[in-house]
Design a protein around this ligand. Structure first.
Ligand SMILES: *Cc1c(COP(=O)(O)O)cnc(C)c1O
Length: 434
């Protein structure tokens, strides 16, 4: 499979170049340029396949010429010591739990694969410095994924505020390969510095700078694998359309779902489940996208004014507007319905959902009521209910169990380096420490 920039149709680049360059020279975003039909692999795959087995089976065909079956197995095994979990609730409803990774959100899957595949692809003669901005627990996810990987240094930029979930033992200053840097600025400043560093070509080439933020298409591709995994697990139960309900903020998870469809997954469509920050639904319906101010809700990861993957989604719509309009169903769920969904999922199925999963659950119910009562909907449970322990307990009367691995997420540390938000200072700091 080859990639192109959303800004141009040429030149085509390899997956290795995509993950190591991250941002195309024309300032667009990388998207797959060729489609690979993967049906023969997952249609006939054993329903008992483990997640690493699935990943090891599909990646050599997707990344033909770049990853042989042996390398693919190595990557899959080293990336995933956690798996998605599909639970069939009834004949028309399943939930795919995507929160078994180190930080309890689905983003762990893309980051873990990116780190493992990067190590494999640069193993012969390369190195990489992965410069990423941290928000929520993503810094922890990156530190776990890149820790001790050969030839790689993970530099994590934190905006002002307390830093949690890192272990000093892993830091460059202690002989490890993780370097947290606190930026005297906000998350936007961190993102801007990364773009500037990648576009400063002499610097970027000297250190082989790339990023593990969502702009890296090497995170999106592996997110398509868990859709295929869900398909394998539910396929014997399907009597009608298969539909995925996806809580959508920056729309990365939805883009990954569209990749899975492009690889040949038989699917009836995707519900883009938003909270009341639903301006992007207008674009999906074929109207002009008009940005609206963000309103705070119970599902903060969906409180997004302008999705980071806008240009990627737009490029899908430009290629096949009619197909897209029939494939993606936008929906909007308010806080009251979100809480009702949390209560219903618990009372009816004994299922604890975080508010993001609950938005998708509520949208699934609406799909059954108004669009197709017989479709089978897979609800993407993107976050661990224990992350919203008080809210979940208040609504369901049941306190979610705290996984032991979350203890690290509470731990506060001091960044070894604090700098002003300028490219010069960042480059000086990196040069001094790495
Ligand atoms: C990031 C996140 C989302 C939104 O995913 P996008 O790919 O940005 O649409 C949904 N739920 C949780 C728990 C998240 O952390």
């Amino acid at each position: 499979m080859q990639f192109r920039s959303t800004g141009a149709s040429e030149p085509l680049v390899s997956f290795k170049d995509v993950i190591l360059r991250c941002i195309p020279p024309d300032g667009g975003l990388y998207v797959p340029a060729t489609t690979v039909d993967m049906r023969q692999f997952f249609l006939y795959m054993d329903t008992s396949a483990t997640y690493p087995e699935l990943v090891a089976t599909v990646t050599p065909s997707l990344l033909q010429g770049e990853l042989n079956p042996f390398s693919a197995s190595r990557v899959a095994e080293s990336a995933f010591d956690f798996e998605p979990e599909l639970v069939l609730l009834d004949e028309r409803l399943s939930v795919l739990k995507l929160y078994n990774g180190p930080t309890g959100v689905f983003k762990d899957f893309g980051i873990a694969f990116l780190a493992a595949v990067m190590e494999e692809l640069i193993k012969r003669n390369g190195k990489a410095m992965i410069l990423s901005a941290a928000r929520g627990h993503s810094g922890t996810s990156m530190a776990r994924a890149f820790n001790k990987r050969k030839g790689m240094t993970s530099v994590i930029l934190y905006p002002e505020g307390p830093i949690h979930g890192l272990d000093e033992e892993d830091f460059v200053t202690h002989g490890g390969n993780i370097l947290p840097i606190q930026i005297e600025g906000n998350y936007g400043d961190c993102q801007r510095l990364i773009r500037e560093a990648i576009n400063d070509r002499p610097f970027a080439e000297r250190y082989s700078i790339t990023s593990a933020n969502a702009i890296n298409a090497g995170r999106l591709l592996p997110q398509s694998f868990y859709y295929l995994y869900a398909f394998i697990k539910v396929k014997r139960h399907l009597r009608d359309d298969l539909v995925f309900s996806i809580p959508s903020g920056n729309f990365g998870n939805l883009i990954a779902a569209l990749y899975a469809w492009k690889f040949g997954m038989p699917v009836g469509g995707f519900i883009a489940a938003m909270n009341i920050n639903n301006a992007f639904g207008e674009f999906i319906r074929g109207r002009r996208f008009v940005k609206k101010p963000v309103v705070s809700t119970l599902s903060p990861a969906l409180d997004v004014a302008s999705p980071e993957n806008y240009t990627r989604l737009e490029s899908f719509y430009r290629e096949a507007p009619v197909v897209m309009r029939n494939m993606v169903f936008p929906d909007s769920v308010d806080d009251k319905s979100t809480m009702e969904a949390m209560e219903k999922a618990w009372k009816k199925y004994g299922l604890l959902l975080d508010p993001h999963g609950a938005v998708a659950f509520a949208a699934a119910q609406k799909y059954h009521a108004s669009r197709n009562p017989n479709g089978h909907v897979v609800v993407m449970a993107t976050g661990h209910p224990a992350m919203f322990s008080d809210l979940v307990t208040q609504i369901t009367g049941e306190r979610p169990e705290q996984p032991e691995r979350f203890a690290l997420l509470q731990r506060e540390i001091d960044a070894p380096v604090k700098i002003a938000p300028s490219l010069d200072t960042l480059e000086t700091a990196v040069a001094a420490l790495v």
